[in-house]
Design a protein around this ligand. Structure first.
Ligand code: BJ8
Length: 382
């Protein structure tokens, strides 16, 4: 079979091969863990000789099985993720193909809905929860998180039977930093006017980041950067938009797709499927455990309080990417991002940057209404 000639073909092929690759690794005795959040450092998992796959659900079809147990009024990402596990363990057909490949789940104490969902998981899959300080700026937070990461490292050692040596961790930190630098390179190209690539395409690539092996993901990124440097300039598109808010997990591209159908140019995302995933690097010149604790605590998630760094970052990105407006995206019933919206809105207003708030789920029932609101917003910022 001829190798794919485009980066998008390469990402697709890598994704298609990934399930077989993980099954093969497992057959060879490698441990595979599933994760749900950026606060779980991949570096520790890889340094223990395990592989990982992110299990955040973005699909609507796994919500129904979840709603048989969970309340309906919680965020769709939680329901979709839990539903995939339930369905998979029951041998159902709506299940995500990745769930049955994991030996354990590594969860994290972030929002209330996730924490309580994680308490149900051990019935279906071995589950380990990393605790997080809720006030990352407090003087005790870094030491506490460092202790949590060391405990997590011990858990991974016991799970895999491999020892994590400082050199293993340093190697994985360098590898993850290389990926982060490549993503910076890719996102820098989106500062051009017009941007050389659609935001929905970037979103699908960012979603794949959580499935592919780091090596294959980086190969795809390098190829894509090359392609963008040699591509002809696209015709001028509509207003430049920053999307800020909740992650759009694989399967969920609704709002990005509608924005582009309506003519917007999405140029950057402040989310866990955007800049939040890679913006800060890990310091390679110091003790690797401490460097990881410091870097991961800097992730500006709305589950943390106060979360001023997130507001500052949104303003910085809006200026750096010369945006005409911000679409603040919240998953339905995500209180953390929904309430934080008020502070973001105030800060943007002060800078005279228009903002549209959209709260949505994984269904299509509100697509038309979202389209009408986006039309009006784009007209206003044009
Ligand atoms: S670091 S955003 S991945 S916690 S959308 S489940 S917060 S109710 S996904 Fe998240 Fe880690 Fe933060 Fe990122 Fe809860 Fe909100 Fe649902 Fe969320």
């Amino acid at each position: 079979m001829a190798p794919p000639s485009t980066a998008s073909g390469y990402f697709q092929e890598s994704y298609d091969l990934r399930i077989a690759e993980l099954a093969e690794e497992r057959a060879q005795g490698k441990t595979i863990v599933g994760t749900f959040c950026l606060y779980v450092p991949d570096e520790i998992i890889f340094a223990a000789g395990a592989d990982r796959i992110v299990l955040c659900g973005g699909r609507a079809d796994t919500i129904a099985p979840a709603e048989q147990m969970l309340p309906r009024n919680i965020c769709p990402l939680i329901k979709s993720s839990f539903g995939a596990i339930l369905d998979s363990r029951a041998g159902g057909t709506a299940s995500c193909p990745h769930v049955r490949l994991v030996d354990a789940v590594v969860a994290e104490a972030t929002c209330d809905g996730k924490k309580k969902m994680y308490e149900l998981l051990p019935e279906y899959v071995p589950t380990y929860v990393i605790d997080l300080p809720q006030k990352p700026g407090s003087p005790e937070a870094a030491a506490y998180f460092l202790a949590e990461l060391r405990k997590f490292g011990k858990f991974m050692e016991d799970l895999t039977g491999n020892r994590i040596r400082p050199g293993d961790l340093q190697r994985e930190i360098a590898s993850a930093n290389e990926t982060r630098k490549l993503l910076h390179r890719l996102f820098a190209r989106r500062k051009r006017d017009p941007p050389p690539i659609r935001g929905s395409e970037i979103l699908r690539i960012m979603q794949r980041q959580f499935f592919l092996s780091p090596d294959r993901f980086r190969t795809g990124l390098r190829q894509l950067c090359e392609e963008l440097d040699h591509a002809s300039t696209p015709a001028r598109t509509g207003p430049r938009i920053l999307i800020a808010g909740c992650p759009m997990a694989a399967g969920n591209t609704k709002v990005a797709d509608i924005l582009e159908q309506k003519g917007a140019a999405i140029v950057v995302e402040e989310s866990c499927t955007g800049t939040r995933a890679f913006w800060d690097l890990v310091d390679e010149s110091t003790d690797p455990w401490t460097a990881l604790a410091e870097r991961y605590l800097r992730i500006p998630c709305a589950c943390m309080t106060p979360n001023d760094d997130r507001i500052a970052r949104i303003l910085d990105l809006a200026k750096e990417y010369t945006v005409d407006g911000v679409v603040y995206y919240t998953l339905q019933f995500c209180h953390a991002y929904n309430i934080e919206r008020l502070r973001v809105q105030k800060a943007l207003k002060k800078e005279k940057i228009p903002m549209l708030a959209i709260e949505s789920d994984y269904g299509d029932a509100d697509a038309e209404q979202i389209g009408i609101r986006i039309d009006a917003f784009l007209e206003m910022v044009s």
